[in-house]
Design a protein around this ligand. Structure first.
Ligand SMILES: C[S@@+](CC[C@H](N)C(=O)[O-])C[C@H]1O[C@@H](n2cnc3c(N)ncnc32)[C@H](O)[C@@H]1O
Length: 263
């Protein structure tokens, strides 16, 4: 399979196998949210792996990701700590892996997604004995390969001043998607819209190797970027295909995001 065969297509397959078909230095932005290993009901993936095995597996994916990024290419990783009583700092572990393979950790975005006012994580209710914190946010970590700067033509810049200013405030309030086409953990389109507009030029190639229901593909397509979508599940790839076929060009669908951004 060639790069041409992957670009602009929904590809069903294992990410490590499929990424072998992507040449070195060819992707401008990779955006992904891997399975968090928290026992979610994915159609074709065991989301309860041994934690060390899980980390080893992801490390191979990060090495491939670094290989395919262009000089100055970016990797946006959406991740959150998992568990409340059994807190696992998976976000630290993955960030350390990515730094260890030599990517530049350039910043983090805090995606605040609390939607239920005055929810609590209980623990020892009303007692300092063992109270728990409710993780009402996730992170998007941004890495660069080799350089902070990404080359591109001025003619391919399509972000306006107000939008640029709003996105550069790293605290993003975007309500989560709940379920889409049976998928337990889809991205909200707004999250991807901001990453793509801020970090890429028009016609750049954007990769999601755990593409799920195709949010990255759909938003990349709508914003005049090229995309590569890989997911192991036939079912989710079908959802992605259907969304892409329906997808309109121009403004992203905004959902209920309480966003400060105006398009
Ligand atoms: C957190 S979800 C991504 C959801 C996606 N961001 C969306 O908007 O729908 C992780 C995805 O990884 C996929 N997956 C798990 N193991 C995989 C593998 N080895 N290769 C490719 N995809 C895999 C699952 O099928 C699942 O759709």
């Amino acid at each position: 399979m060639t790069l041409k065969a992957l670009v602009g297509r929904i590809t069903k397959g294992d990410c490590l196998e499929m990424m072998q078909n992507i040449p070195d230095n060819s992707i401008h932005l990779a955006v992904t949210s891997p399975p968090y290993n928290v026992g979610k009901e994915y159609s074709d993936h065991n989301d309860r792996m041994d934690y060390d095995e899980y980390l080893k597996w992801l490390n191979k994916v990060w090495i491939e990701t670094k290989r395919v990024l262009v000089h100055g290419g970016r990797f946006a990783l959406n991740i959150a700590p998992t568990g409340i009583a059994d807190f696992t700092p998976i976000h630290h572990d993955l960030a350390n892996q990515l730094r260890a393979i030599g990517l530049i950790f350039r910043t983090e975005i805090l995606w605040y997604k609390q939607t239920i006012y005055k929810r609590t994580a209980w623990g020892s209710w009303r007692s300092p004995r063992n109270p728990h914190i409710l993780p009402s946010w996730e992170y998007v970590f941004i890495f660069s390969k080799d350089s902070w700067t990404l080359d591109g033509s001025k003619d391919e810049i399509d972000i306006q001043g107000k939008e640029f200013q709003d996105i550069s405030d790293g605290h993003w309030y975007i309500p989560p998607e709940t379920r889409r086409g049976g998928h337990p953990a889809p991205f909200p389109e707004e999250l991807i819209y901001r990453l793509i507009k801020f970090y890429t030029f028009k016609r750049n190639i954007v990769l999601d190797m755990f593409g799920g229901t195709g949010t990255v593909a759909v938003v990349a397509d709508r914003t005049n970027r090229k995309f590569i979508h890989i997911d192991i599940s036939e079912e989710y790839c079908q959802v992605a295909e259907d969304r892409l076929r329906r997808g309109d060009k121009g403004r992203p669908r905004r959902g209920k995001a309480l966003s400060k951004i105006t398009h």
